[in-house]
Design a binder for this molecule. Sequence first.
Ligand SMILES: Cc1ncc(COP(=O)(O)O)c(C=O)c1O
Length: 366
Amino acid sequence: MIQMADTHLTEEEIQAAVRVLRSGALRQGPECDAFENEFAALTGAKHAVSCANGSASLHLAYTAVLEPGDEVLVPSFTFFATASMAIQSGMKPILCDVDPDTYLLDLADAEKRLTPKTRGIAPVHLFGNACDVDQIRAFARKHGLKIIWDAAQAQGTRWKGEDIGALGEAVCYSFYPTKNLFVGEGGMVTTPDSELAHRMRFLRTHGQTEKYTHTMLGWNYRMTDVEAAIGRAQMKRLPDMLAIRQRNAGILTAGLREMKGLRLQRVTESSTHSWHQFCLVVDRSAFGMTREKLMEHMKRAGVATAIHYPRAVHQQPVIEERYGRMQLPVSERLTETILALPVHHVLTEADAHKIVRAMRSAVFAN
Ligand SMILES: Cc1ncc(COP(=O)(O)O)c(C=O)c1O
């Protein structure tokens, strides 16, 4: 069975973790410092602040950049944490619709939702496809907004040739096992702003500015040296892993783009997509099969598939309860029609061709 992800570490990564375990240094220490420096160098960012996971990276960035009571524009078609961590930081997420082809934040819809309290915007480089950075920056400048980039799914994504980690005041990453770079649980925020990096480092350790002196309220959001050692070792193979994802996405794109009833995610102009996920939309009537039937067919053909996401953020029970029901038709339509195919770094060329064949054979399986 071709799975959606492969989360095995290499022997070198395992040995890096074992070395730390043997040393007895189980907390945040020199490996985290080195991982931060190397991740900053990799992305071209001035600073990188490691933390416990991607949600923590958003919590640190929202808290360090914005104020409680502020409103933040957030795409509704994303993983829950982009919005929930704004709430946890005392802000109100203003959920916006997305573009039907790129699945990324729709600025025309966002503009309609601005109020005098709107102070931030949290674009998501969803599935590894870069947002139009120039457009978002211009929009933020025009409306006086701070930008918190959610790059949880976008290690290796580039915009006009530059790594997206170097393109923002606060760029938030996750290193969860299915991500392009994975260590178990882990996160990072990159920033060009030394003061902001400082603040996030304090927030990460209960706002402690000197031992047992707490000058702000924070959390324990530290990464440990075990995960940092894995991350450092894995960064060496990141270019190769990204190249395999690119190659696989190329095979899937070539094999599927002309198929009636399928619409592939449109890669944003100037974006180098890092293919965390390969997603497409299934038009049931043109394709002649529902998405769910197609998933069953793929499973029988030995290929796992997945739905990212079956509910938009505004459809989550806790969000409806808090802010009431709202309608965002593009996001809702995507939840009903989107499908993710395997594209990960362990798939062979033959696997990618097998996925294409399985998709093509669905047409005859009707
Ligand atoms: C877009 C997005 N934001 C935030 C997160 C949260 O990251 P983590 O699971 O590491 O807390 C994820 C993780 O799936 C994500 O995909």
